[in-house]
Design a protein around this ligand. Structure first.
Ligand code: BDR
Ligand code: CA
Length: 303
């Protein structure tokens, strides 16, 4: 992840429902120094500093770094000030950490990617036995139709189109949750104050999503919470409509990051792409995840 305002919501949603082996930070919305600190700060606020955070790639595989401070603020989580700074943390790169963990234990792992795919492409280079260890990769990124950086390219795929293409062609089950559904499943404006029921993590979500609404997302139907929709899609595939498609991600300047559909005859693994979504079902699930967090964790309960 590259937290990132919607990454923060994705993380808190996931913590309420899923066992999380670790987070890897990647440069994307802001620089790696900031995404790494933000990921650790988010976990500390949630009372989950036990979850390891690995500091991943500082730049895409090939392209220079492309960030989005106009969407997430200069810090990546503008609108909120964390109570205290963190000490420096030594860390190994995520692809090395994953390889080590997978030597030590054989529990299969599913990756949920909510940032540029640089770290995951590097992991796939390192692991000969990735198919047996990965139940799959769920990616927030791309779009069959439309874009949010260019008319045809979504941010995470635009930021590192080579990595995105390698993941779309990987020999593991890949699920793409792109703008086709994240632009539909918006969080209504009037729901924002509900976050204030969830103690300090809720205050953070309220503050950063409010900032996001003021500065970046003025859509009348509410806020696009892309990364949280990817977590919901992993946990509730029945709330989405899927198509199995051979996809590639274009690299050249004008089409950078654009998802192209290949002919059915293409020798390319099929990507399971979300093309429609049950919006009330997904939003209910997201609120239920925060409620589950409040029931299980004092950090999310009002004192
Ligand atoms: C994606 O780009 C980032 O700005 C968001 O965090 C999300 O992962 C949406 O295009
Ligand atoms: Ca993100």
């Amino acid at each position: 992840m590259d937290p990132g305002i919607d990454d923060a919501l994705a993380l808190y949603t996931a913590l309420g429902r899923l066992p999380i082996a670790g987070l890897s930070a990647v440069a994307g919305n802001v620089e790696i120094e900031k995404t790494f600190v933000n990921a650790r700060q988010l976990l500390r606020l949630a009372g989950r500093s036990d979850v390891p955070v690995w500091r991943g790639s500082a730049a895409p595989l090939h392209y220079p770094l492309h960030t989005a401070p106009h969407v997430h603020g200069a810090s990546g989580l503008d609108g909120y000030q964390f109570p205290a700074p963190l000490d420096d943390a030594p860390t190994e790169p995520p692809w090395a950490a994953w390889a080590r963990i997978w030597q030590e234990e054989t529990t299969p792992v599913h990756l949920i990617a909510t940032g540029p795919l640089t770290n995951i492409a590097k992991l796939l280079w390192c692991l000969d036995d990735a198919p047996s260890r990965l139940t799959g990769i769920t990616v927030m990124g791309g779009a069959i139709h439309g874009g949010n950086v260019t008319p045809t390219a979504e941010f995470n795929f635009y930021a590192d189109p080579e990595a995105a293409d390698q993941v779309m062609g990987a020999n593991v089950p890949v699920t793409m949750v792109g703008l086709d559904v994240t632009h539909k499943a918006r969080l209504p404006w009037e729901d924002l104050p509900r976050f204030l029921d969830f103690a300090e993590p809720g205050r953070l979500l309220y503050a950063v999503l409010h900032w996001y609404g003021e500065h970046a997302e003025r859509h009348p139907d509410g806020l696009a919470i892309h990364d949280a929709i990817a977590v919901a899609a992993y946990a509730n595939p029945e709330l989405f409509v899927w198509q199995e498609l051979p996809l590639t991600v274009l690299q050249d300047a004008a089409w950078r990051g654009t998802v192209a559909r290949l002919p059915e005859s293409a020798r390319r693994p099929r990507v399971k792409a979300a093309v429609d979504v049950d919006v009330p079902g997904v939003l209910n699930w997201l609120w239920g995840s925060l409620q589950a967090m409040a029931e299980n964790s004092p950090a999310f309960r009002q004192s």
